[in-house]
Ligand binder design. Structure first.
Ligand SMILES: [Zn+2]
Length: 345
């Protein structure tokens, strides 16, 4: 293999990206090797590389550190976000209605519902929208029972939520264990877009798939010019990429540009997950960073494959991607789907 073929060019990180230190004091960030060929192993943080089925995937995102304090943060024009445990929740409270995007887990959803009821003088919730099926975004749906008038999701997301739950019930039953806690699946679904006014705000959910899963949608609060991106946006955190649910990194890269084209420089984006050192809200340059991170991930893994490394060796790698040092060392949850996508027939 020629020298040129061995070279990995870093995938083109955004030149205006600000690098602001490492994700954790436990992690030592090292510079990329000058040999052009290798990356330095930089972390003492161990992640078990294993075959990466759905249960392992669930464990991977549940292990993410998350703040335990429920927090409501205003963004603009009656729209804000709620953080506690799981994916960021977006909310709207205006004089004539309440809308919520995603529901985290049952315990944190209860805290969110209580806070919304207090802030809206017990108006209830006109609409709960799920951006996708994962349990850290839909697990709290039951807490909205009797509170939310309807739950809306992309059709595929609703199907995946049911399918994952049915699989979990089967697995538990096979082991003679107790069935997992019940779920609540959207009662209204859409395939491409869905719109509705809540008070003087207009909400539009739009499908962008395949990317993080095969059922991702984003939610646009038009007057506020705020977009909840669900798990299409991981702000300086290695993403979960759910290949079992039909994810595609190559298409996700295109989708980040497509979303940027539809919205504008003034749009404020809500990220599904955020590095604790960074805000849950993002700008267009952060979307470009997410796009470039995904390109960089694919380029890195492609380089390792061409260099003859095995699947097990690659998914155990702890390198830091240049231009993406805030993410910290690579994780198996991102490397495994990248490897599998690149080597899929
Ligand atoms: Zn997710």
């Amino acid at each position: 293999m020629g020298d040129g073929a061995n070279r990995w060019d870093g995938g083109g990180g955004s030149p205006d990206l600000k690098v602001r230190g490492s994700i954790s004091p436990r992690i030592t960030i090292a510079r990329m090797s000058q040999s052009r060929r290798d990356f330095l192993a930089v972390s003492t943080v161990g992640v078990v590389a294993s075959t990466f089925g759905r249960p392992a995937l669930v464990r991977a995102w549940q292990q993410q550190p998350a703040p335990i304090t429920p927090l409501f943060t205003a963004i603009r024009r009656d729209v804000g976000f709620f953080t506690a445990r799981g994916g960021t929740i977006g909310y709207l409270i205006n004089a004539n209605g309440v809308a919520v995007v995603d529901s985290q887990y049952p315990d944190s959803a209860k805290l969110c519902v209580d806070g919304l009821q207090e802030r809206s003088k017990n108006r209830g919730v006109d609409i709960l929208i799920n951006t996708h099926h994962h349990a850290d975004h839909t697990g709290g749906n039951p807490a909205f029972k009797g509170i939310a008038k309807k739950i809306v999701a992309n059709k595929r997301a609703a199907e995946l939520q049911q399918q994952v739950y049915d699989d979990a019930v089967k697995a538990a039953t096979a082991k003679g264990g107790a069935a997992p806690a019940g779920i609540l699946v959207a009662d209204r679904t859409f395939t491409d877009t869905w719109s509705e006014s809540v008070g003087d705000e207009k909400l539009t959910a739009k499908t962008y798939t395949p990317a993080h899963t095969s059922g991702d949608a984003i939610v646009f609060f038009e007057k506020a010019n705020v977009v909840h991106l669900g798990d299409l946006m991981w702000n300086r955190v290695h993403p979960v990429i759910d290949r079992a649910a039909g994810a595609s990194i190559a298409n996700w890269i295109k989708i980040m540009d497509a979303i940027s084209r539809v919205h504008d420089k003034d749009t404020i984006y809500i990220a599904g997950h955020t590095n604790a050192k960074f805000p849950a809200t993002c700008s267009q340059s952060d979307l470009a960073m997410m796009r470039d991170y995904l390109s960089s991930l694919l380029a890195f893994v492609s380089f390792q494959i061409k260099g003859g490394k095995s699947r097990d060796e690659i998914i155990a790698m702890k390198d830091v991607l240049p231009n993406f040092t805030d993410h910290g060392p690579l994780l198996a949850r991102s490397l495994t789907p990248a490897y599998d996508e690149l080597t899929a027939k």
